[in-house]
Design a protein around this ligand. Structure first.
Ligand code: SAH
Ligand code: SF4
Length: 394
């Protein structure tokens, strides 16, 4: 197992030939996962000789942050280069709701529009982490990080830059977790990592093993220690793996489904995966997901002008989802260079939302944060950005 993806126990074993003891494995794991420290020299509670041998492993070679773009709303998009030269992206999205926001929303939002990160887990499901321990200083700004799981994507969705690019390769669990380590190392003093969403490049459930290991590492109590309900995995609808995710993680993990259409014909045109797993079996998989009470599945619906955005389609969607505990996020399509598809106008978006609200659904319009830094799925990594700065190494 590559270093960044090792558990404390695996580290313990790996250190034996270097003269380390099992408890050194735990210490090393904590340096890496809890503190983002990859420089062995800084791991002061490890014996000097062991540190010298660890330096030879080049723990920080998993990735380099080669570009950081900051949007007006303080969303930061990190372009990350992997050892083989491939690039992926990860995005830090400061919260607008809950805690403090760094900046007011630059766009006036009509009522019921929600400027929060796409599908960030709701704070209405929060159990009040700060209750009773409210510090004198202001609460930290809650940051959602969006991570990538593949270089490109094999699913070929018509509106998606990653889909148009095709799959280059899967990421390893170490490459997924290293995005979080790098992101966390760049947080401001007044920010705290609160949620992780698997909504960057790639289809996480097409890379199930690495995604599952990364999830376990992110939740490890001695590491990043995020609870399952603070992590959301977004999928285009790989039915067998949705069941597997539910069985492996018990349904507490946030699940987001990229639906984008309410009938098979439209959906297959936008998302080829629908030919393999049509809406009937996908809806059955959602009904079978072991969702705890009061949790809901997030339905993502990217509105594409003239393709899936009519009020009739909104009514079909309301009917399709009946009886399933969901909340719906409407995302006006972010234009991509490789396609002439685009978003509907605001009136169309609000009319679509109105139908779903009237049918009794929680339905939000999500602006894609950081549009001015190409923060939509896969866009930056596909621009061929040249390396500018190197800012990792905690
Ligand atoms: N492959 C996974 C996760 C990554 S995509 C999935 O499809 O769910 C994250 C979300 O961004 C998905 O809902 C996807 O459909 C949406 N998306 C991709 N390209 C987009 C674009 N150009 N505009 C708006 N949403 C987009
Ligand atoms: Fe892949 Fe998701 Fe993009 Fe579809 S929307 S091509 S599944 S990354």
């Amino acid at each position: 197992m590559p270093p960044i993806a090792r558990t404390p126990e695996e580290w313990g074993e790996a250190l034996l030939p270097l003269g380390g003891r099992p408890f050194h494995g735990r210490q090393l794991f904590r340096w890496i996962q809890a503190r983002s420290v990859l420089d062995a020299e800084r791991m002061t509670d490890l014996p000097k000789g062991l540190r010298a041998k660890l330096a030879g492993l080049e723990l920080d070679r998993t990735m380099q942050v080669v570009d950081v773009r900051r949007a007006a709303d303080n969303t930061r998009k990190l372009l990350v280069r992997l050892p083989d030269g491939a690039t992926v992206e990860t995005v830090l999205i400061p919260g607008v709701t809950g805690g403090r926001s760094t900046l007011p929303s630059p766009v006036p939002m009509p009522s019921e529009m929600d400027a929060d990160a796409a599908a960030a887990p709701d704070d209405d499901e929060d159990e009040g982490e700060y209750a009773g321990t409210r510090p004198a200083s202001p609460e930290p700004i809650r940051v959602t990080q969006c991570v990538s799981t593949q270089v490109g994507c094999a699913m070929g969705c018509a509106f998606c830059a990653s889909g148009v690019a095709g799959l280059k390769r899967h990421l390893g669990a170490d490459e997924i977790v290293a995005q979080v380590l790098a992101g966390r190392a760049l947080l401001q003093d007044d920010e705290r990592l609160r949620n992780i969403v698997f909504m960057g490049m790639g289809e996480p459930l097409h890379n199930y093993e690495a995604t599952a290991r990364a999830l376990r590492l992110l939740m490890h109590p001695e590491g990043i220690a995020l609870s399952a309900r603070r992590i959301t995995v977004s999928t285009s609808g790989l039915v067998p793996e949705i069941a597997r995710l539910g069985a492996d993680f018990g349904g507490n993990l946030g699940l987001a489904i990229s639906l984008h259409a309410a009938d098979d014909e439209t959906r297959s045109r936008l998302m080829p995966i629908n030919r393999k797993y049509p809406l009937g079996v996908l809806m059955d998989a959602l009904r079978a997901y072991p969702l705890p009470r009061r949790r809901r599945i997030t339905i993502e619906y990217t509105l594409v002008a003239g393709r899936n955005d009519s009020p009739g389609e909104a009514r079909k969607l309301a009917k399709l989802l009946r009886g399933i505990p969901v909340k719906v996020n409407l995302i006006p399509m972010n234009p991509i260079a490789a396609s002439t598809l685009g978003p509907p106008g605001l009136t169309g978006v609000l009319a679509f939302q109105r139908v779903l609200c009237d049918a009794g659904y929680s339905c939000f319009v999500r602006r894609r944060r950081g549009d001015d830094v190409s923060a939509a799925c896969g866009q930056l990594a596909l621009l061929g950005v040249k390396p500018k700065v190197r800012v990792d190494r905690a």
